[in-house]
Design a protein around this ligand. Sequence first.
Ligand code: ATP
Ligand code: MN
Ligand code: MN
Length: 305
Amino acid sequence: TKAEPRERLITDADLASIWVTNPTRRLFGKSGPTKLDIAVYYALVGDFMLPHILGRPVSLVRCPTGKPQDCFFQRHAFSGMPSSVATFQSTNSDGETKSYLSVEGVKGYLALAQFGVVEFHIWGTTAKRLEKADRMVFDLDPGEGVEWREMVEAAVHIKGELEAMGLAPFVKTSGGKGLHITVPVKAKLSWKQLHQRSGGIAAAIAATAPDTFTTNMAKDKRRNRIFVDFHRNARGATAVAPYSLRARTNLPASTPLSWSDLESIDAPEDLNYSSLPGLLTSSGDPWADISDFAREMPPPSNAGA
Ligand code: ATP
Ligand code: MN
Ligand code: MN
C-alpha cells in the first residue's frame, strides 16, 4: 500500500511544470545527478518535507557550477532570488539588521529547488515567532574511530535519557556520518535559555556514559567519542532540514527515521536523492506527528545548567 503524507501539497500540475535552466548539468562528477534530478527529488518529497520547513527561517547551500568547491552557504536575500521566497528583517548579535529567508508555501519551495538549491537548513523556530524556539536539536558528531553501529546505540541511549526527562525525541540521519536528535518543545524559552538548558541536558547525558560522549568541542577530546553538539540551539544557528539533500557525492539525504528503523540502517549514505522518494512513498514520514509531541522543557538542573 502507498503511504499518504499528512496533506497533499504538491499537485500533478506542479510536477508537470518542473523547469530548470541547464537541466542536464551534472553535480559532482560525470556520473553525478543532474540539476533536473535535484528539482524532481524535491518535488517528489515535498509533501513530506514541506511541513517541517514551512514558515521557518531557512538558509541554503547553492552549487551554481556543480563543483563541490563552488558551493556556498546563503543566509540572506540574494539577487536573482525567486520572488515567491519570503523575506523578513532581523537583527543579529552584532547589531546588524539583515534580510533573512523563509519558505511560506509550495511555490517558494519549488522555485528554490528549480533555482539550483541543493541543501535547506532551518532554524528551530518560525519567522513569525522568531525569539521563542519550538525545536531543540542534539547534533551527534562521531569523533575519529567511532563506527556507525556505535552511533546508533548512542542515539538510542540518548533517546532513553530524554524520555526520562519527559521529552519526545525524534531521530534523523545528518546525510553525513552523524545523527540528529530533534525534540519538539513548547515555544516558551528564549534562545539564550534554550542554549543554556540544552547544554545542561547534553552535559547530564554525557555524564551517564563519559567514555562514549563529550560536550567538549576540542578535536582531541573527541577521538573515539561522540560529540553531543548542542550549539545548534543558539539564536541564528541552523541544522540541515529533514529530507534535505547534502552537497556531496551521490547526494545523500538527511533522513527522518522511526527509532525501530534506525536500528536496521547499516549505510546511511544509501538514503539519497534516487532511493528516498521510493522508500518514502511506501513507508511515509516517521516525523509526521512531531508537532503533536511538543512538551515543556524540564526545569534546569543544578548539575548542568
Ligand atoms: P555531519 O556532522 O554528519 O557531517 P551536519 O549537518 O551535522 O553533518 P555539522 O558540521 O555537524 O554538520 O554542522 C554544521 C552546521 O552548521 C549545519 O547544521 C549547518 O546548518 C551549519 N552550516 C553549515 N555550513 C555552514 C556555513 N558555511 N556557514 C554557517 N553555518 C553552516
Ligand atoms: Mn553533525
Ligand atoms: Mn556539529
